[in-house]
Design a protein around this ligand. Structure first.
Ligand code: AMP
Ligand code: ZN
Length: 488
């Protein structure tokens, strides 16, 4: 069966038919680079990473564009996020942008997220945005006010609300235009804002000095790099309204053709509040963990496994228990991969264990079925857990297993768990000298000896053991319930 995608625009699963056969043009709303990314961002970008990896693995030629928002994304107070941070840090706005753009890519690289093909910045595309705004004014979908602001007239676009399933007359703001506002209707949104004197992120425009509204950047940059109509548009579901809705209205009104054909939106990562009620992790609420902090405690593959245990459209609760269970699951898979690779060196030639090749074929089929069903990564993971059980049974049976079979098992893990899900590393950490279990036993023995040294207050020995292990790339983490080790 063909790949199916749940298209938010049509509120149903649909067979995926790209505009140009074999080619996928895809745009995902990127982060606003004014602070370090948090694990909520990781959920959205790891989810789309798996989408891109799977499409490529299935043979599509994917062009993946993901923007960096560096201007125009305002806080509820009306302040620009980047400007506020620049003022606090006594830095230039573009220093802030550079710092956090680098930080974002550092985090994504650490998480094994494949970089987008193009990462356009809003501030580098001001002329494209101005041009689109001019087209909207010419076509009667936007108007300029005396104050030098430009707004999109939502009543000029009957389809406004089609993505988020809202009707203009339902909208809470529908009531009255704020007296301080120069809009025609309360629901109209800004395309261009005249800059106050202290607003130093400003550009010349036909309407005076100012800066673009947040939504127009995605319309202008998606159109520029992918054309007026393209295949997939993604982002976090929290941005469905107003951001994504406005993107569609602006783009379709300006270009006169449909914008993205498939809309894929990722459910939010939440954290329980003081009453245990899940609340979306966000910077403004202050309930966030940065990816950097999370990576101090967990391997990147474990964070990915945690994110992939829930379908991308579903929300997920961030908790230590959930991460711990992801770690256990991942370690089972990783342990089996390590065992397979360690046995490869001394494996016999011949056909021993050939029957297992059928198991691998079936596993592959199951994986493809799951992923073809709207990128059901939890289904793909479940297949890997089942396969791992069978691999362990095979390898613990005492029966000989040929090199060919071991290589086929390793290749299955590398492709499905590695290339697609990004949770099986290329190299197994401790160089295979032939017996992974023995290596693990040796590491554990050193961890135990260190614990004993600490108990005897021999901190010198304890520190030397930790340092020597660190030199070998093995990190120790002391938790209340004991010390765990991981390979960095
Ligand atoms: P922002 O940096 O707030 O502009 O967000 C960048 C992207 O991350 C958007 O697509 C958001 O929808 C997404 N995002 C932000 N917070 C979360 C969260 N808690 N869970 C999932 N995605 C999120
Ligand atoms: Zn966007």
């Amino acid at each position: 069966m063909a790949l199916q995608i749940y298209n938010v625009l049509h509120r149903e699963k649909q067979p995926f038919e790209p505009l140009h056969e074999g080619k996928v043009n895809m745009y995902v709303c990127g982060p606003t680079v004014y602070d370090h990314a948090h694990v909520g961002h990781a959920k959205t970008y790891v989810s789309f990473d798996v989408v891109v990896r799977y499409l490529r693995w299935r043979g599509y030629d994917v062009l993946y564009v993901q923007n960096l928002t560096d201007v125009g994304h305002l806080l509820d107070t009306g302040e620009d996020r980047v400007l506020k941070k620049a003022r606090q840090a006594q830095a230039l706005p573009m220093q802030i942008v550079e710092t956090y753009a680098r930080s974002y890519f550092e985090d994504m690289d650490a998480l094994g997220v494949v970089r987008p093909d193009i990462s356009p910045r809003a501030s580098c595309h001001i002329p494209d945005q101005i041009k689109m705004i001019q087209t909207l004014i010419e076509k009667g979908h936007a108007y300029v006010t005396e104050q030098g602001n430009v707004y999109f007239d939502v009543y000029s676009w009957p389809e406004y609300g089609k993505l988020s399933n809202r009707r203009l007359d339902d909208q809470e703001a529908g009531a009255r235009v704020d007296v301080r506002d120069d809009k025609r209707h309360a629901e109209d949104f800004a395309l261009w804002k005249a800059a106050e004197p202290e607003h130093i992120l400003r550009w010349d425009s036909p309407w005076g000095e100012g800066y673009p509204g947040w939504h127009i950047e995605c319309s202008a940059m998606a159109t520029k790099y992918l054309g007026p109509t393209f295949d997939i548009h993604g982002g976090g579901v929290d941005n469905i309204f107003p951001h994504n809705e406005c993107e569609i209205a602006q783009s379709e009104a300006a270009n006169g053709v449909p914008f993205a054909r498939y809309w894929m939106l990722v459910g939010s990562l939440t954290v329980p509040d003081e009453f245990g009620i899940p609340v979306k992790m966000s910077k403004s609420l202050g309930n966030f963990y940065t990816i950097k902090d999370a990576l101090k405690l967990h391997r990147p593959e474990v964070l990915r496994t945690f994110i992939l245990t829930s379908h991308y459209r579903n929300p997920i609760v961030f908790s230590e228990e959930a991460l711990d269970s992801a770690r256990k699951g991942w370690e089972r898979i990783y342990g089996a991969v390590r065992l397979v690779r360690s046995k490869l060196n001394n494996a016999p030639s011949g056909e021993a264990g050939n029957a297992f090749l059928d198991v691998l074929t079936q596993a592959r089929q199951r994986f493809v079925e799951a992923m073809d069903d709207d990128f059901n990564a939890p289904g793909g993971l479940a297949m890997l857990y089942d396969l791992t059980r069978e691999v362990n049974t095979l390898l613990n049976s005492g029966q000989p297993v040929s090199k060919t079979v071991l290589e086929a098992i390793d290749a299955t893990y590398r492709e499905l768990g590695g290339a697609v899900l990004g949770i099986v590393p290329e190299e197994t950490a401790v160089a295979g000298t032939g017996n992974a279990e023995r290596e693990e036993g040796l590491i554990q023995m050193l961890v135990d000896l260190r614990a004993q040294a600490r108990a005897e207050r021999d901190f010198g020995t304890a520190d030397r053991i930790r340092a020597r292990l660190a030199e070998l790339g093995i990190a120790l983490e002391d938790r209340p319930d004991g010390t765990v080790w991981r390979v960095d």
